[in-house]
Design a protein around this ligand. Structure first.
Ligand code: GTP
Ligand code: MG
Length: 482
């Protein structure tokens, strides 16, 4: 077995995990990736307020880095100094600066490598006032820490080999999750499921590359026609598995961003009334005047686990002025990028001459509490009343059916994001090129180039190799203190 660097005096490495032991008992088992630097490198101490701004009962100030415990010793007075405290214990005391008490607080010590960041980590739970929290942070900074950049705590966890890039991304998804389904997906990803899938595919590719390269290093043994056939078959099934993962990108987008559902139709049809009904509160102005809504209004709702971004739009008619013209142009743009279009009409009024509908939209006849106009009697549509609430349950059922909600809820909730899709596509295309080269009787040297390109795509996907730009793009999305 190869020699792996240990991450702690009590770490034992197996091929896939590093198990950390303390006093004979196993504490944690972290996935081991030889290509990631798993030894905790001393890094400067950072500090940040990790809870949201504003008033709350408690706020959390975090310190992490090589001098985190030293900094804590300088600012905290309790029964014992933090450096004497056992890891993962909590202690009551006071945050002090120049002899004066800033706040009473609870401090916890998490020694490397068993902490969120993998390095010495101090958490100070102080009172949640904006001023007091800012003062506790300032005290930490004066005592030797520097302010953390957005996402820097999670970045340290990644740099110290605690998590891979897909898990770091899952932390953002988890914080932003708006529905149970999105949360479930982020949790699975955080547990490493997506990373494991990527690593499984990468391992498969590496084995194929090893096979091809062996034939290049020992040409006299060569790849026999039989072998070429096997390599080709394996590449095709590898590509098909990669493509299956690529197909989850759409679900991933919906989970992360929500589905764009645009309510549109002629003026006065009841679009704003429908938005308000679906939200459960009066968000948009409703009036009997035609052309009430001028600008698009977006709100989020949770439809049985699926996040919807509902958009109420300016009613469609010949614009009466510049403002209305701009509003209608916005409606058109919203319709172009919509995942689902809800075309709502006033069924009490006659059908307009320019009315048209198609299979890409849901037709909704509103005002079913009033007598329906004959023009609509034969129309295949959902009938609702925003006034009485009739038909709204059926409308929700139909939306859920159209967006494939049941399938999304039942499926494995792991779904890739746009960054993953880009790299997987790159890998898939490179593998397709290699397969075509094999078909054209190319030499192993030629298709090995494509396979290495696929391998680079996997490296970037998982965050090994020269990926500083990728890292910056990911961690800058975090809030400070995470
Ligand atoms: N009777 C009845 N009136 C409704 C119903 N839904 C909406 N209305 C009325 O229809 C009028 C127009 O409703 P809105 O929701 O403002 O219509 P809109 O489509 O947003 O109109 P614009 O913003 O002008 O394009 C208001 O007077 C509502 O009270 C309904 O189901 N039944
Ligand atoms: Mg309106």
């Amino acid at each position: 077995m190869p020699e792996y660097p240990a991450i702690a005096p009590f770490a034992v490495s197996s091929q896939y995990c590093i198990d950390i032991y303390d006093g004979g008992s196993q504490l944690i088992s972290v996935p081991y990736r030889p290509e990631v630097n798993c030894s905790v490198v001393p890094r400067e101490t950072i500090a940040a307020i990790s809870t949201a701004a504003g008033e709350a009962a408690i706020a959390l100030v975090r310190l992490s880095g090589e001098n985190a415990i030293e900094v804590a010793d300088r600012i905290f007075r309790g029964k014992h100094p933090p450096s004497d405290l056992e890891s993962r214990t909590q202690h009551l005391g006071q945050v002090i600066e120049d002899g004066s008490v800033i706040d009473q607080a609870v401090l916890s010590v998490h020694r490397a490598p068993q902490s969120y960041t993998g390095e010495d980590l101090i958490e100070i739970s102080c009172h949640g006032g904006a001023l007091v929290t800012a003062k506790v942070l300032e005290t930490c900074l004066r005592a030797g820490a520097r302010p953390a950049r957005p996402g820097e705590f999670t970045e340290r966890a990644y740099l110290n080999g605690r998590i891979d890039l897909t898990q770091a991304e899952a932390v953002i998804d988890l914080i932003r999750a708006q529905t149970d389904l999105a949360l479930r997906s982020a949790t699975e990803q955080l547990r490493g499921r997506l990373g494991d899938e990527f690593r499984g595919l990468q391992q498969w590719l590496i084995e194929i590359i090893a096979h091809v390269e062996a034939s290049m290093d020992f040409p006299e043994e060569g790849i026999s026609p039989d072998d070429t056939g096997t390599i080709r078959d394996r590449l095709i099934s590898l590509q098909s598995d990669i493509d299956k993962l690529i197909a989850t990108a759409e679900t991933g987008r919906i989970l992360r961003e929500g589905l764009r559902v645009v309510i549109f139709g002629a003026t006065n049809a009841g679009k704003s009334s429908l938005l308000n009904r679906m939200l459960g509160f009066d968000r948009a102005i409703v009036s009997e005047m035609h052309g009430t809504t001028r600008d698009s209004i977006e709100e989020r709702i949770n439809l049985r686990g699926i996040a919807l971004r509902l958009l109420d739009t300016a009613g469609l008619r010949a614009p009466e002025n510049l403002v209305e013209r701009e509003g209608i142009e916005r409606t058109q743009r919203a319709l172009e990028s919509a995942d689902l279009r809800l075309h709502i009409v006033d069924a009490n009024a006659p059908r307009l001459g320019d009315f048209k509908t198609d299979g890409n939209e849901m037709l909704i006849l509103n005002k079913s509490d009033l007598p329906a106009h004959d023009d609509w009697s034969e129309m295949d549509a959902i009938r609702i009343s925003c006034k009485t609430g009739a038909g709204l349950g059926e409308l929700a059922d139909e939306i859920y059916r159209r967006i494939g909600g049941a399938k999304m809820n039942a499926e494995s909730p792991v779904a890739i994001n746009a960054r993953h899709r880009e790299q997987l596509r790159r890998a898939s295309e490179a593998i397709a090129r290699a397969t075509r080269a094999i078909d054209a009787a190319a030499t192993p040297e030629m298709f090995a180039i494509d396979l290495r390109e696929a391998q680079h795509a996997f490296e970037e996907l998982l965050g090994v190799g020269d990926e500083e730009a990728v890292r910056d793009a990911i961690f800058s999305q975090f809030c400070i203190g995470k």
